[in-house]
Design a protein around this ligand. Structure first.
Ligand code: ADP
Ligand code: MG
Length: 325
């Protein structure tokens, strides 16, 4: 199979958005942009043996996650994902059906989010697989949920549960014995391989007056740092309020580190004013979307993230603990 056969075989038969004027097949894609919205563009690369390993991730899983992590970035801006482009560096040993399976993994999500594949690039490589996905989305003008929008006294929240993806990775890399797992290891493994971007909660956040938002790719501590730095505030969270799966503590003594520093949960964390928190919580409850208050924003010129525990407070570094005296 040559490059052109491959492109032909992955070209979608139908286009979901009528705003696409030219999809795959020309030098570049064309779509007609809407008035009153801001376009959102993001790109993420996944590299074999860095972001995934072939012995535990199928081509379908790889495709799914490569698109999911980008949709999560759109969600973290409060936007709607619309289009994606895929750049592949494929080792020559990959078969056509494996490459197609990767696109099927992406298409699972594209169907769910009503997205169109509008282009990409294909090269062969002698070494590892590299998948780069670009996603284009949109958000109503002025309503994007920027990291710089946190203000003192805001409520700090997180969606879903955290630490499960790190638990899954630990099980996959056999650092955690699945025999210890009280519940099915497959639950945590699935959380790692198939994260579910929180577009719906991101959209609710874009509807409040002001929301700061970030998605959890590098771990809660790191994402909160980014919000604190961009907003010139400090953030205090309470360890006892962190939402984790009830079986997470049974898996490994390091479960708290997974929750704080693990990453790849692709949940959202952010801040809104106290009044708007009540509204947002209500909206989420009505739709059965999980969201938990974990702390608040404090006025500080130095941007810190502080973790309150039973007895003490510790400063959370972007990575690792640093105890108060
Ligand atoms: P050019 O040489 O003009 O850059 P290509 O021959 O690389 O064009 O690509 C032809 C068409 O196929 C373009 O529309 C491009 O966006 C699309 N395309 C190429 N590779 C991929 C891919 N891996 N996934 C999706 N679309 C692709
Ligand atoms: Mg060309």
């Amino acid at each position: 199979m040559d490059e052109f056969d491959l492109i032909h075989s992955i070209t979608p038969r139908t286009i979901r958005h009528s705003s696409v004027d030219v999809g795959i097949g020309d030098d570049a894609a064309l779509y007609t942009a809407k008035h009153g919205v801001q376009e959102i563009v993001c790109v993420d690369t996944m590299v074999e043996d860095v972001h995934f390993k072939l012995h535990y991730s199928s081509p379908k899983d790889i495709g799914y996650k490569a698109l999911a992590v980008n949709i999560s970035d759109i969600a973290a801006m409060g936007g709607i994902p619309k289009f994606y482009l895929v750049s592949l560096a494929v080792p020559s040993k990959w078969t056509e059906s494996e490459i197609k399976a990767m696109y099927e993994g992406m298409n699972e999500l594209a169907k769910l989010y009503h997205m169109d594949l509008i282009g990409g690039d294909t090269v062969s490589t002698s070494d590892k697989l590299v998948v780069t996905v670009t996603v284009i989305g949109e958000v109503e003008k002025g309503q994007a949920c920027l990291r710089s929008l946190a203000r003192p006294n805001d409520v700090v929240f997180v969606t879903g549960e955290i630490g499960s993806s790190a638990a899954g990775l630990s099980l996959l890399s056999e650092e955690t014995d699945p025999q210890n797992a009280v519940i099915e290891a497959s639950y945590f493994i699935n959380r790692h391989k198939r994260p579910q971007p929180r577009v719906n909660i991101g959209r609710l956040c874009s509807n409040v007056q002001r929301a700061a938002l970030n998605d959890i790719s590098d771990g809660l501590a790191s994402e909160l740092h980014e919000i604190a730095e961009a907003s010139c505030v400090s953030i205090e969270i309470d360890e006892r309020m962190l939402p984790v799966h009830s079986d997470l503590p049974k898996l490994h003594p390091h479960w708290k580190e997974w929750a704080l520093f693990g990453g790849e949960d692709f949940e959202l964390t952010g801040t809104v004013s106290k009044g708007e928190w009540e509204l947002l919580k209500q909206e989420c409850e009505t739709r059965q979307l999980p969201i938990t208050k974990i702390g608040h924003v404090i006025e500080k010129t130095e941007s810190k993230v502080i973790l309150k525990t039973d007895k003490t407070s510790v400063i959370l570094e972007k990575k690792g603990y640093n105890h108060f005296k």
